[in-house]
Write a protein that binds this ligand. Structure first.
Ligand SMILES: Cc1cc2nc3c(=O)[nH]c(=O)nc-3n(C[C@H](O)[C@H](O)[C@H](O)COP(=O)(O)OP(=O)(O)OC[C@H]3O[C@@H](n4cnc5c(N)ncnc54)[C@H](O)[C@@H]3O)c2cc1C
Length: 270
């Protein structure tokens, strides 16, 4: 993959696309005609590219973009979970406060049961997301499409949660005074980009043909607690999270070379 700078001769923005949701992000149709890209715009170093090309020529491995997507899917799952959780919390809050027919509407099982299902489904999706993120951060290979599993479940629960939030808020849910109207439009994208739900099922489904992958228990045995140092400063530790926050605060002032070094130190597996 290459980075193509916005002033590259031959690259043109054809038109800006108007979207159903996520309108604060710019999405455009681009055309590329005879663009020449300098070698330093290659993402990842040349040795890695050669290694991957060599594997591809031998018919081994998978395209770089597919491998990258599997690793980044837990991140998209986390974003979808944010929409799901916001919608769910808003709906619960509204259902506790809104009174109709002599009491808060949450007292009706017709209102609380769909929310109860969502409470369980959002938690299940969150656990899948945590597992996949843990695996990605610790270099544990996704043998059963665990990244895809997290994205599939989180995105689909986000769509359902946002729809239920609109329903729970009744007529106001359909009016853009309330944020649920926006979340309803935003949620749908998560089942489409970074691989559609069908593609997530395809990735998971393909692993089912491999007896070794299906033999892996779904609950991975996590490698112990490690030594004291790893527990204090390893991935997921409070110290590392605080260091990351400080790094982000200082990043704006730091020269590129320092940023690159920091990125290498914080990379998974470092
Ligand atoms: C707002 C937005 C932002 C985006 N951002 C990015 C980005 O940053 N980077 C990027 O790379 N892409 C991005 N995309 C593109 C997005 O990833 C694709 O639109 C998505 O992967 C679907 O591909 P497609 O549009 O070509 O649909 P198609 O491939 O035409 O698919 C159409 C339908 O057919 C189904 N389908 C296709 N093949 C199969 C199959 N083999 N089995 C079962 N069903 C199948 C699909 O699931 C889908 O439902 C973005 C899209 C949008 C809308």
């Amino acid at each position: 993959m290459f980075v193509v700078g916005k002033d590259t001769p031959g690259m043109e923005q054809v038109r800006r696309l108007r979207k159903h949701g996520h309108r604060a992000s710019h999405t455009a149709e681009l055309s590329f005609r005879g663009c020449r890209i300098p070698a330093e715009n290659l993402l990842g170093d040349e040795d890695k590219l050669e290694h991957k090309l060599e594997k591809a020529r031998r018919g081994e491995g998978k395209p770089a973009a597919l491998g990258t997507f599997e690793q980044t899917r837990p991140m998209v799952a986390a974003m979808a979970l944010g929409v799901a959780r916001a919608s769910f919390e808003y709906a619960c809050d509204h259902a506790r406060r809104r009174e109709a027919f002599g009491g808060p509407i949450i007292d009706n099982q017709g209102v609380s049961f769909p929310l109860a299902d969502l409470a369980a489904d959002i938690d299940a999706a969150r656990l899948l997301c945590w597992r996949a993120s843990w695996m990605a951060a610790n270099g544990v290979p996704f043998r059963m499409g665990e990244g895809s599993m997290s994205k599939l479940k989180a995105s689909e629960v986000a769509v359902r949660a946002a729809e239920q939030a609109v329903q729970t808020c009744g007529g106001w849910g359909y009016v853009d005074d309330l944020p649920v109207e926006k979340w309803y439009r935003d949620a749908k994208l998560y089942t489409i980009f970074e691989g559609t739900s069908e593609i997530q099922r395809l990735v998971i489904g393909r692993t089912l043909g491999d007896p070794e992958a299906t033999a892996t228990p779904l609950h991975h045995h996590l490698p112990g607690d490690h030594g004291g140092l790893r527990r204090k400063f390893g991935h997921g530790s409070l110290a590392r999270a605080r260091a990351g926050e400080t790094f982000l605060r200082l990043a704006k002032k730091a020269p590129d070379s320092v940023l690159r070094l920091g990125g290498r130190l914080a990379a998974p597996g470092a």
